[in-house]
Design a protein around this ligand. Structure first.
Ligand SMILES: *[C@@H]1O[C@H](CO)[C@@H](O)[C@H](O)[C@H]1NC(C)=O
Ligand SMILES: *[C@@H]1O[C@H](CO)[C@@H](O)[C@H](O)[C@H]1NC(C)=O
Ligand SMILES: *[C@@H]1O[C@H](CO)[C@@H](O)[C@H](O)[C@H]1NC(C)=O
Length: 223
């Protein structure tokens, strides 16, 4: 094959690649960025399944759950995520986006397949995970809450509104809190906080339904 032929083949191939990922077509309105409070999540597992599902050491910081294009929708068949794709950020992901109940990569792949592929045209694989890590670094929820004297406690509860206000002080927008009901203490207990961002993931915006499943009363921030 002559050099010219190879070049035109390369040209045609790159055209195909460009066509496959139309940048203009945005399939979602905004992002929800849920962070898990590990102690709450693990206690919830015990409460609901009566067995302990978190085998490792429970991190004492909020960790990434995912980066979800919203409104939620059936994810299309996007490209497959393989471990090799995440090599450049694997260590960071292991610290900030660990799987509390199994192998890390299985968690990352399931989040990619269920959510990441929806925004793949705007945020290709590595970009998507880097974006999540970047947002995480700018929103240290434990620090944000501690500033307002909201810290994990075994018994003491906080008003749901005070937790929402504390996060809002940082983002200037409504977050959303997620709770389960601690059946022994008969109280809402926190296991996730979500903040919301515009579709380019650079500005905050309000989340819908700030009180989430936590109600209007108090919540436990489990220690
Ligand atoms: C996705 O892949 C599955 C299995 O290969 C196929 O049955 C389905 O039709 C595909 N869906 C879309 C939207 O392409
Ligand atoms: C649980 O708390 C709710 C309201 O906080 C109360 O109405 C209900 O009676 C309580 N249930 C039990 C079993 O204590
Ligand atoms: C991101 O989107 C928001 C809202 O749509 C817009 O105000 C902002 O300028 C965008 N930022 C960039 C860097 O494109």
């Amino acid at each position: 094959m002559r050099f010219g032929n190879i070049m035109s083949l390369v040209f045609v191939l790159s055209l195909f690649l460009l066509l496959e990922v139309p940048k203009s077509c945005i399939a979602y309105d905004y992002f929800s960025f849920p962070q898990t409070w590990p102690k709450g999540y693990c206690n919830k597992q015990i409460d609901e399944h009566k067995t302990f599902h978190c085998p490792g050491k429970i991190p004492k910081k909020f960790i990434i759950h995912g980066l979800w294009p919203q409104p939620s929708q059936q994810a299309p068949n996007g490209s497959l995520l393989v471990e090799e794709d995440l090599k450049p950020v694997e260590k960071e992901l292991g610290l900030d986006w660990p799987n509390l109940i199994g192998k890390n990569f299985i968690f990352w792949r399931s989040e990619w397949q269920a959510h990441g592929v929806i925004s793949e045209a705007q945020f290709p694989k590595l970009e998507y995970f880097k974006t999540a890590l970047h947002i995480y670094k700018q929103n240290d929820l434990l620090e944000i809450l501690t500033k307002e004297k909201i810290v994990p406690k075994a018994k003491e509860v906080y008003s749901v509104t005070s937790v929402l206000e504390a996060v809002k002080k940082h983002t200037e927008h409504d977050p959303q809190v997620v709770c389960y009901t601690d059946s022994k203490k008969n109280v809402s207990a926190l296991y996730e906080i979500r903040i919301c961002l515009t579709s380019n993931a650079t500005s905050y915006r309000n989340c819908p339904n700030p009180h989430g499943s936590c109600g209007d009363g108090n919540l436990l921030f489990p220690k």
